[in-house]
Design a protein around this ligand. Structure first.
Ligand SMILES: [Mg+2]
Length: 361
């Protein structure tokens, strides 16, 4: 099977979250900027992937067009991991982080989708032979509201809908306390501050976070790759997590000893190939992964397949917003806080062409 085309398909899908959209992203966040990757072949099979594109859609598209497509068009599909390694070597001089690896990640997911479709099996079965589960607990990942009333309301709503775990992106304690009060005491609570705190401030609030029964504190400090600081913060009774901004298993081999939960993001880390290498690392460190997956396209489906391929994944991250449409058509959403993992060949994503047309940029 020969690769005949690699296309980047940028989409921008508006969403509602009930808040003001400020704080979490560089500017107001009210649209999902996605870059789908479509790989076509001479046998008529099509693979779909997703490259991380929030606030960087145009540069990711350029990397796919200028670097990824020339590296893949005309090649035999063969082994997706080998193609990934070859791309990493060719692209090394552009850096092994950020948009270059995001673009490569999207292509890698599409290559694995193709490979599984060619074999007539779902991706998890292709990867490990036998699926380890058919569903996974999702946690509701709330955006940052910075508003006591709104964060309480949405925390309570997620609890009532049957989620057993909640993630906040709040960075101030009053909102965190209000959320804890609004939910069932048995519900797990995690706090993601996206590198907003200093080590000194984190040390100041860790005792209270422990009292609030915080399952993990995510990316507490800047820079996120200050492994020594993360290791120090992990000594205060609250698990520390990080990794959504780390790329390749090489970097996770340094991160893993410093945190309790590592958080690879399949659309950023180097795709399925690098993610599965991180699963091997997790097994070697006897550690659990809490993947980063606040997206709704092929990256969402690929993360579900990875959850069916390993019991090293704890929870699935479900971004708790309402998109105007889903690139995969009929939305695959948690029911009572649980997601069913698709069994159809490939990653399980089939595009809704009318959505692609309507939200194309
Ligand atoms: Mg995060």
């Amino acid at each position: 099977m020969k690769i005949t085309a690699v296309d980047a398909i940028p989409l921008s899908i508006p969403f509602e979250d009930g808040g003001a959209g400020n704080g979490l992203m560089p500017t107001r966040w009210d649209r999902l900027d996605m870059v789908l990757v479509r790989i076509s072949t001479d046998v008529g099979l099509t693979g779909w992937g997703e490259a991380f594109g929030y606030f960087c859609r145009r540069s990711v598209v350029a990397q796919i067009q200028d670097l990824v497509a020339p590296a893949l068009v005309g090649r035999e599909l063969g082994d997706p991991a080998a193609l990934n390694d070859e791309m990493q070597r060719r692209f090394a001089l552009f850096g092994r982080y950020g948009v270059t690896i995001f673009a490569l990640s999207g292509a890698d997911i599409a290559l694995w989708d193709l490979k599984a479709k060619a074999e007539g099996v779902d991706l998890a079965t292709l990867l490990v032979g036998k699926r380890v589960r058919e569903h996974i607990d999702a946690y509701a990942s709330l955006v940052r509201y910075a508003d006591l009333e709104i964060v309480s309301r949405f925390s309570e709503k997620a609890c009532e809908e049957g989620y057993r775990c909640l993630k906040l992106h709040e960075i101030t304690m009053p909102e965190i306390r209000a959320s804890r009060r609004a939910i069932d005491p048995k519900m797990e609570l995690t706090i993601d501050v996206n590198c907003s705190w200093t080590e000194a401030f984190a040390l100041q609030v860790l005792p209270e976070l422990r009292e609030l029964n915080t399952l993990w504190l995510e990316e507490p400090i800047h820079p996120p790759e200050d492994w020594d600081a993360l290791r120090r913060l992990g000594a205060h009774g609250v698990a520390i997590s990080a990794g959504e901004n780390a790329c390749t298993a090489m970097e996770f081999s340094r991160l893993m000893p410093a945190v309790n939960y590592a958080q690879p993001s399949v659309t950023k880390v180097g795709g399925v190939t690098e993610f599965m290498r991180i699963v091997d690392l997790a097994r070697a460190h006897d550690a659990m992964l809490m993947p980063h997956s606040p997206y709704f396209g092929p990256g969402y489906y690929a993360t579900l397949q990875l959850a069916a391929a390993t019991d090293r994944i704890g929870y699935f991250e479900h971004l708790y917003i309402e998109p105007a449409a889903f690139a995969g058509g009929e939305p695959l959403l948690p029911q009572q806080g649980q997601l069913q993992i698709p069994t159809r060949p490939g990653i399980g994503f089939e595009p809704d062409l009318s959505v692609l047309e309507r939200f194309a940029i």
